[in-house]
Design a protein around this ligand. Structure first.
Ligand SMILES: *Cc1c(COP(=O)(O)O)cnc(C)c1O
Length: 386
């Protein structure tokens, strides 16, 4: 059996994969089993922040693996402490809990918010308000948090205590918060899986203000938008707000599984010994990868992200077959006249990998994609949309 047959036979059929077997990559180019090269505008869904097998990252993780690959969280290790310090220095947040995925980073955020609310207001203050069209992960609780019914249907009963507000409608949010004893509000500033839709400045500011006035914990889910993707280190920084909790994962460790829940002043001491934990969370190899990524997401890199983003917006705006361009930084959605899936398949046939999000074509290139490759890929996409 070849690899595609083997996979179809033995791997759970939860993914509808493209018919391409990727065997290697370098930067923003990846190679398939037949030796064909592709320009990669997916980064493993916003994971490979500096592209495939980035040299600095690769050396950092190999050097850590050669020292020690894992210890239990009952012992101290350097990469974990160092990365937590860097995350706090860069955000003003106070403490970090490490896990292995976005869903887990959000679970920790919700546990923290619920404990804070229970301590402060009472155990009946457990409701978490999230937004319609949001995506927060695949565990049963994060499915409940996710504001899209089609993720729920087959898996009831869901975890109670989640209600969904209409995005960009502050009155709706206030009405829900009045109707429920609310522990937290959780938002994505740019709804990624929801079609790459950015919330408005006014709305995000109003939500932050409302949460603060009512001592409701504001959680910003930066799993996809985080770690430089939005053109700032975290997308909330584009809105001038200060969340109480920030969750992130995907791009944080440049290609290794790592989730992080950043806790601000209010909740920095909410979780105590024994309240939460993870066997793999804070793994030294993953954290060493995280350090090597985070220390290079500097002013120059972020301004590069914004320039590349501007180039893409300008290239696609008004192009034939492209009805709308949405998103922020290097997280972009294209509403196309042709079905998005058809455009993506045509792009793959032309040597460019991109994704879909709902009915849109979604682009998530590496933050350091060279301009010539980006330009070449954009021309292919334009051609395939027309
Ligand atoms: C991908 C994603 C998640 C889930 O992350 P996993 O690592 O797959 O658990 C949660 N929230 C957002 C916004 C995401 O994009």
């Amino acid at each position: 059996m070849n690899i595609q047959e083997l996979d179809r036979e033995y791997v759970a059929g939860t993914y509808s994969r493209f018919p391409v077997v990727i065997t290697a990559g370098k930067g923003s180019l990846v190679t398939d089993i037949d030796g064909n090269d592709y320009i990669d505008l997916t980064s493993g869904i916003a994971v490979n922040s500096f592209g495939a097998c980035d040299e600095v990252w690769y050396k950092a993780i190999c050097s850590q693996a050669a020292k020690i690959q894992h210890m239990s969280n009952l012992f101290y290790t350097e990469p974990c402490a160092k990365l937590a310090h860097m995350l706090c220095e860069r955000t003003g947040m106070k403490k970090v809990f490490f896990s292995n995925s976005g869903a887990e980073a959000n679970e920790c955020a919700v546990k923290t918010a619920r404990k804070y609310a229970a301590d402060k207001k009472g155990g009946d203050y457990y409701t978490v308000i999230t937004l319609k069209n949001s995506f927060h992960g695949r565990t049963i609780t994060m499915l409940s948090a996710t504001g899209q019914d089609h993720y729920h249907e087959l898996f009831r009963p869901l975890t109670p205590g989640f209600v969904h507000a209409e995005p960009d409608n502050i009155d709706y949010m206030k009405t829900l918060a009045d109707a429920h004893k609310t522990a937290a509000i959780m938002i994505e500033c740019v709804q990624g899986e929801g079609g790459v839709v950015a919330l408005s400045q006014e709305y995000v500011k109003a939500v932050a203000e409302f949460a603060k006035e009512n001592d409701i914990i504001l959680i910003v889910d930066e799993v996809q938008t985080g770690n430089g993707r939005s053109g700032q280190l975290y997308s909330y920084m584009n809105y001038g707000i200060e969340p109480d909790i920030v969750s992130t994962a995907k791009g944080l460790a440049g290609g290794l599984p790592l989730g992080a829940t950043l806790m601000g002043e209010k909740v920095k001491d909410t979780l105590k010994a024994g309240d939460h934990g993870s066997t793999f969370g804070g793994n030294p190899v993953a954290c060493a990868g995280g350090v090597s990524i985070l220390e290079r997401i500097d002013k120059a890199l972020l301004s590069g992200v914004r320039e590349k983003s501007k180039f893409l917006f300008e290239t696609f705006k008004g192009a034939q077959g492209i009805e709308q361009v949405s998103g922020m930084g290097l997280m972009m959605g294209l509403k196309t006249t042709k079905p998005a899936k058809e455009v993506v398949n045509a792009c793959i046939a032309e040597g460019v990998l991109c994704l879909t999000a709902k009915d849109r074509v979604r682009l998530l290139p590496a933050l350091n994609i060279p301009d010539d490759l980006l330009k070449k890929a954009a021309e292919v996409i334009k051609k395939c949309c027309a």
